[in-house]
Design a protein around this ligand. Structure first.
Ligand SMILES: NC(=O)c1ccc[n+]([C@@H]2O[C@H](COP(=O)([O-])OP(=O)(O)OC[C@H]3O[C@@H](n4cnc5c(N)ncnc54)[C@H](OP(=O)(O)O)[C@@H]3O)[C@@H](O)[C@H]2O)c1
Length: 264
């Protein structure tokens, strides 16, 4: 069994590949076997012999047309199952999810909340290390999820029956505000970290300054606005439904990250 893992250097793809072990074929633009969404000539070698795909759309620039072109190529190569990483609160008109649903292969859609690992492996890390987390967020709460829980659900859907045509909404076990989450990080790391509520416009420019495209920065701000307005605080049960146990807590994530020196 060969399972093609896209985005294999990213927060969930790396964990999916590690959990699958020798069944995984991990690829991205920087892997030995290169896969690039914007270079179709890299797709067939990655797909050769694969029977399932973990499909991670890159956060910054993937258009639905690329997913729509990729899925028939995957089916023709012998892929029978696709697990697609989407997001909770996704616009119902999102064409990327729609083309996955229209595909001829068995599909499963994962819709997670914001990942814990954004504080250690993504754009929130430099803010923590600068001792100021500046977001247009206010006291709104959000049930952050651990990337390993998403990976475990993905592996279950990739390797066992009963997940075709399912959409799993995935969250952590409790909703925390950003100030509460950052306070846990501050305590565990011994840092003094300020949380500043900034206007959306200036945050947009900060994201663009980090190299994030304006389009994706606007999408991120849209999801932060949902958090600020309290529309994204509810818990989802996908982790329990698929894995039969509770999701990992933010406190456990913080403890492990602090002891590995992530915020030293
Ligand atoms: N982060 C969150 O909190 C969160 C929450 C819910 C949903 N999501 C969704 O999850 C998806 C992935 O986001 P993420 O934060 O998990 O990203 P991530 O950790 O940065 O992973 C993205 C992966 O895509 C690869 N990649 C980037 N551009 C590529 C290209 N042109 N061709 C092939 N591979 C490419 C990257 O590897 P290389 O650079 O090596 O190519 C990396 O392995 C997004 O659609 C996002 O909306 C994220």
């Amino acid at each position: 069994m060969t399972i093609l893992v896209l985005g294999a250097t990213g927060k969930t793809g790396r964990r999916v590949a590690a959990t699958l072990g020798s069944a995984a074929r991990p690829v991205s633009r920087s892997s030995a076997l290169r896969f690039d969404w914007s270079d179709e000539s890299t797709w067939d070698a990655a797909l050769a012999g694969a029977t399932a795909v973990y499909l991670v759309p890159p956060a910054l620039n993937l258009e639905w047309a690329e997913v729509a072109a990729f899925l028939p190529r995957a089916a023709a190569a012998g892929v029978r199952r696709v697990v697609y990483l989407s997001a909770r609160g996704i616009d119902p008109a999102d064409r990327r999810e729609a083309v996955v649903r229209e595909s001829t292969v068995d599909w499963t859609i994962l819709r997670p909340t914001w990942f814990h690992q954004n504080f250690t492996e993504d754009f929130l890390l430099p803010m923590v290390l600068a001792d100021e987390v500046a977001l247009p967020i206010g006291p709104g709460r959000h049930p952050f999820i651990d990337a390993q829980d998403i990976a475990d659900v993905a592996v279950a859907a990739l390797t066992s029956d009963g997940h075709a045509g399912k959409v799993y909404e995935l969250s952590g076990p409790e909703a925390l505000s950003f100030p509460e989450a950052v306070a846990q990080i501050a305590e565990a790391s011994g840092r003094t970290i300020r949380v500043t509520d900034v206007p959306e416009g200036s945050f947009l420019e900060t994201l663009v300054g980090f190299g994030i495209s304006r389009d994706y920065a606007e999408t991120l701000i849209g999801s932060l606005t949902a958090v600020r307005d309290g529309h994204d605080a509810h818990l989802s049960t996908g982790v329990q439904d698929v894995l039969g146990h509770a999701p990992r807590s933010f406190a456990d994530y913080v403890k492990a990250a602090a002891s590995s020196g992530a915020w030293a």
